[in-house]
Design a protein around this ligand. Structure first.
Ligand code: HEM
Length: 340
């Protein structure tokens, strides 16, 4: 007899109720079991980078910027999204950032760079983007990412990260490898404006008749992809990215071609660590033009809020990628702790 049916029979008798109470007596849970995975992820960022009052727990260092999003209409047959309709010109509130939870991270560090921005469609519908300069994410699931972060926390007794444990965990988690390889092979950008930015997760485009296609975002810098040389990596001032961006914008806007790449049957649509083959159909659906950036170290309009990659207009839906699904909750937890 299976245990479930034994339990079923027991629960039918009144004598069994007392027994059931004993069977189901809660096992004391550890504090981390009682937390959501989103809270545990934010705890893990704090464990790796420390707690920095007022700062995002990742993408902690950054600068607010403004500009304009201009839609070409090239995706109008694939999505009814108002923000992508031909002729739409939407004001942009953006933020460029350096990956990780250290607000004083050197701008040449070999982590990811980020671009987040919010626009509104003509009817006021919100559409937000949260992108990094690598085409793949660092882990396939939230649980795997939690392990990735936890093994990188310093041992409180020694103050050191256990390099052997990190190496063993890396070997045991092949889903961590693609992003590490990409960051090793591609130098950190020489400018926020010379980085490509990728949505990484896929989204579902829905047309007026209800047909659905998975697609991924790429923002291709009009100035070209330019990375730091080895010499520049060693010699650039720690905070060069903000200054470089403001100097550049003083001479003219920074622009990205906004591309949507369509999945073909069999492509990994719910897997943020697997890139699609390079020959997939790609459409230029817009142009992102950044025209101004705040002064370094000031609190701007992009602070005091978070950008939500699943805040989407009618006609674009989140995929089932577990890394995408959890992000809004993680970002809300991080926002709630920023006063700490
Ligand atoms: C489970 C997966 C992820 C976790 C746990 C995570 C965690 C975080 C946290 C805690 C923040 C700070 C949020 C805030 O206070 O506003 C953040 C920001 C950010 N994340 Fe993620 N993230 C994940 C996935 C991703 C992915 C897939 C991307 C890009 C494709 C991404 C790009 C960014 C960027 C660019 C920022 C800075 C946002 C800003 O400038 O406001 N993250 N992330």
């Amino acid at each position: 007899m299976r245990p479930a049916s034994i339990l079923g029979r027991l629960l039918r008798g009144s004598v069994a109720l007392a027994l059931a109470a004993t069977l189901f007596e809660p096992v004391p849970a550890s504090a981390s079991d009682q937390k959501t995975i989103a809270e545990q992820l934010v705890d893990a960022f704090e464990g790796v980078f420390g707690v920095h009052a007022g700062a995002r727990r990742s993408g902690a260092k950054g600068v607010c910027a403004t500009g304009e999003f201009i839609a070409t209409g090239a995706a109008a047959h694939l999505t009814k999204a108002a923000t992508l309709r031909e002729g739409v010109r939407a004001p942009v509130l953006a933020r460029f950032s350096v990956g990780g939870g250290n607000p004083n991270a050197p701008d040449a560090s070999p982590s990811v760079r980020g671009l987040s921005f919010a626009i509104e469609g003509p009817g006021g519908e919100a559409h937000e983007f949260v992108l990094i300069n690598a085409p793949v994410f660092g882990a396939r699931t939230p649980e795997s990412f939690l392990t990735f972060l936890r093994v990188r926390q310093a041992d409180p007794a020694t103050g050191r990260v256990n390099a052997e444990a990190v190496a063993a965990a890396n070997a045991a988690h092949p889903d961590w490898a693609p992003q590490m390889a990409y960051l090793r092979e591609n130098a950190p950008p020489a400018s926020y404006a010379t980085a490509p930015y990728f949505g990484v997760n896929s989204f579902v485009l829905v047309d007026a008749a209800g047909a659905r296609r998975h697609a991924r975002w790429t923002f291709e810098p009009v100035a070209g992809r330019v990375g730091l040389t080895a010499e520049e990596r060693a010699s650039r001032p720690r905070d060069f990215l903000d200054t470089e961006l403001r100097d550049r914008l003083g001479r003219g806007p920074a622009e990205w071609r906004v591309l949507l790449t369509l999945a073909a049957p069999g492509d990994a649509v719910d897997d943020a660590v697997t890139a699609w083959p390079a020959d997939r159909e790609t459409l230029q659906v817009g142009l992102l033009r950044i025209t101004a950036a705040d002064a370094a170290g000031t609190k701007g309009a992009c602070d005091g809020r978070f950008f939500n990659p699943t805040l989407l207009p009618d006609g674009i839906e989140p995929s089932n990628d577990p890394i995408l699904t959890i992000r809004a909750e993680v970002y809300a937890v991080s926002l709630s702790r920023r006063s700490n």
